[in-house]
Design a protein around this ligand. Structure first.
Ligand code: G
Ligand code: G
Ligand code: MN
Ligand code: NA
Length: 254
């Protein structure tokens, strides 16, 4: 309760920040963008991880305001970077299932693009399988409207939910993000590597691009490139970092 009360003040007190984790194209090895990840530096509680406060924000309804702030902030930052010559192709933003099901989510996304001036094609929204499969008709409609706006959609933590392949195919999607739990045993573990190959094949089959999360070793990166994965993300390629550190990281690799 204490934490929930503090969270209410976090926005006004300017205690929230976005960190940015590199997204890397496997073929070229180049950083092509970033996933925005929310951080809370609480005056009262110190650093609180999103694992703790996102569920709290979802229960209390604060996720709507937080999520809108994240969208605006990420679009502003990406747009500013692009004006400064940090030309990322992709800024990825996580949408909570509750946000995704908001009636006016399309308008909220459109506003964030309009106000920031970020091209829609640069914005990628990450939605979990669970959120997509919960209210299928509404999800389908929202995805279509977002597609019309020109933003891209990725399925986050793919493989941990229970997607119906029939619906996955019907939805307007662009990318599968393979959950990091499947990367842990790569490349040695035969069952993990079979599974990752299966997801890569599934993505190909549905004409989706595919990204592996949680890449921590060079062997994993090599294996993923050899097996036709498009992109990767993980501590090997870069930890989530503050905005200034991300733009330094970008400049250093150019
Ligand atoms: O960055 P980290 O690994 O600590 O994130 C933990 C979890 O919090 C992840 O599941 C991530 O998707 C989620 N998360 C981080 N930032 C956001 C955000 O801005 N919105 C939502 N809905 N979830 C987020
Ligand atoms: O659920 P989602 O994929 O949005 O969350 C991404 C989370 O994964 C973030 O909390 C981020 O800090 C974490 N993460 C990113 N790269 C790695 C990695 O290489 N290993 C591990 N264990 N976690 C990672
Ligand atoms: Mn994510
Ligand atoms: Na994920």
């Amino acid at each position: 309760f204490e934490l929930e009360r503090s969270l209410r003040g976090a926005l006004q007190n300017d205690e929230l920040r976005l960190h940015y984790q590199p997204l890397v194209d496997l073929a070229s090895g180049r950083c092509i963008g970033a996933e925005a990840l929310l951080r809370w530096q609480s005056a009262e509680h110190g650093t609180v991880g999103p694992d703790r406060f996102i569920p709290l924000a979802e229960e209390s309804g604060q996720i709507v305001a937080l999520g809108t702030w994240v969208l605006h902030q990420a679009c502003q930052q990406a747009s500013q970077w692009r004006r400064e010559g940090v030309l990322l192709d992709t800024i990825a933003v996580n949408l909570s299932p509750i946000q995704f099901m908001q009636r006016n989510i399309v308008q909220i996304v459109r506003d964030a693009l309009d106000i920031s001036g970020l091209p829609a094609a640069c914005l990628e929204l990450e939605i979990t399988e669970g959120a997509l499969m919960q209210h299928i008709a509404q999800a389908e409609e929202t995805l279509k409207a977002l597609r019309t706006l020109g933003v891209r959609i990725s399925v986050d933590d793919f493989g941990t939910g229970y997607s119906s392949l029939a619906y996955l195919r019907r939805f307007a999607l662009d990318k599968l993000k393979i959950d990091k739990s499947f990367l842990a045993g790569l490349p040695e573990d035969p069952s993990d590597s079979q599974l990752v190959q299966t997801i890569i094949a599934l993505a190909r089959n549905m004409q989706l691009s595919v990204l592996a999360e949680g890449v921590e070793t060079g062997d994993q990166e090599v294996w993923l490139r050899q097996h036709g994965c498009d992109q990767c993300q993980g501590y090997l390629l870069g930890r989530p970092m503050a905005a200034a550190a991300f733009s330094d990281h970008w400049q250093a690799q150019q």
